[in-house]
Design a protein around this ligand. Structure first.
Ligand code: G3I
Length: 311
């Protein structure tokens, strides 16, 4: 495995991971994997609103800059994550502002951060998880953004972002939109209307937080229908939860599942896992990632290599 470098096999695509400053430079073996295997990083928490603007107009770029500098040092790209989300918001954003004040805060947030990273970021998840889990009854999630702005929430953020910097690709990122289903249909019609109305959007991020043996059959077909709208499509947060003990059978199935997803994104462009090794995942006991806690490659690692090589 020493000689298998997934970022090289992925060319001309990117192979990415969520990078986390809690582990970067602190866990030596994690750092070794992360600096050799990936060509694009998403800060796992460091650019979220509560981290980067904890107080009104009080920005703290320390942790986020650490990831951007690290990425530059290993010649990797960075996906900004994120601007508009219902979670990890500081109380001042979530509780206290009128619609006018919130609008001003959103514009200032996006403008200040995009200015700070001008020329450095490949893309931004401008929108994260704004489509309802209760489609088709309701299209948008109930959160502070939709409470204050209704269906204008997403266009606002996308328009502010494009106005600051025309370079980074502007993403709408979401989960449970990987197969063809009611939620991805809802996103599809929202995005189609954005394109018709001139609302700036360049790409869709499919998170892909999957459960063992349950990769949607329509993954490839679904990626393709969004690509056919002229958008980039990317697997942004792939992980596969064993939902049980990490035995040989489970690991083989996990490898198959990783192959299926990476093979689908070989037909597209980008593929990022959410984390690197099982011990540093947002899912504590799912053994969800391609490296184990000892930072040894699992069967899934070799399956990813095969998929990139067309095997
Ligand atoms: O920063 C505090 C720290 O001060 C405190 O001591 C510690 C105690 O629990 O908590 C720390 O905050 C944690 C934060 O990560 C930073 O490490 C939160 O508890 C924890 O809930 C938070 O989890 C993150 C989660 O988003 C929050 O919604 C995960 O690391 C992160 O992997 C996850 O990522 C999301 C994507 O952004 C969007 N898609 C889904 C994905 C998985 O939920």
């Amino acid at each position: 495995s020493q000689n298998i470098i997934l970022r090289d096999l992925a060319v001309p695509r990117f192979f990415g991971a969520a990078a986390n400053t809690t582990f970067l430079f602190h866990d030596v073996n994690y750092t070794k994997v992360i600096e050799t295997q990936f060509s694009i990083f998403t800060p796992e928490n460091e650019m979220k609103w509560e981290s980067i603007e904890p107080e009104p107009n009080g920005f703290d770029f320390t942790a986020a800059d650490e990831i951007v500098r690290f990425a530059e040092s290993v010649n990797a790209k960075v996906r900004g994550h994120n601007f508009m989300w219902g979670n990890q918001l500081p109380p001042w954003v979530n509780d206290t502002l009128s619609a006018t004040e919130l609008d001003r805060a959103l514009k200032n947030h996006i403008t200040t951060i995009m200015d700070h990273y001008r020329g450095k970021l490949y893309s931004w998840d401008v929108i994260n998880e704004m489509i309802s889990d209760n489609t088709p009854n309701e299209t948008f999630k109930d959160n502070i953004w939709t409470q204050k702005f209704g269906e204008e929430a997403m266009p606002k953020a996308l328009t502010y972002a494009r106005a600051v910097d025309s370079q980074p690709k502007l993403y709408i990122n979401d989960y449970s939109i990987e197969g063809i289903n009611s939620k991805s249909d809802a996103l599809y019609s929202v995005v189609s209307s954005f394109l018709a109305d001139g609302v700036p959007v360049d790409a869709i991020g499919f998170q892909c937080h999957f459960t063992l043996g349950q990769i949607p059959d329509t993954l490839q077909e679904n990626l393709q229908r969004f690509a056919d709208l002229g958008l980039d499509v990317a697997i942004t947060e792939l992980d596969i939860n064993l939902m049980g003990p990490s035995n040989a059978t489970a690991l083989e199935q996990q490898a198959k599942d990783y192959w299926t997803v990476v093979n689908a994104c070989v037909q597209t462009k980008r593929c990022s896992v959410w984390g690197v090794s099982d011990d540093h995942s947002w899912i504590p006991n799912g053994s969800v990632l391609p490296w184990n806690a000892e930072k040894q490659p699992k069967p899934a690692f070799y399956a990813i290599a095969d998929a990139f090589e067309g095997k």
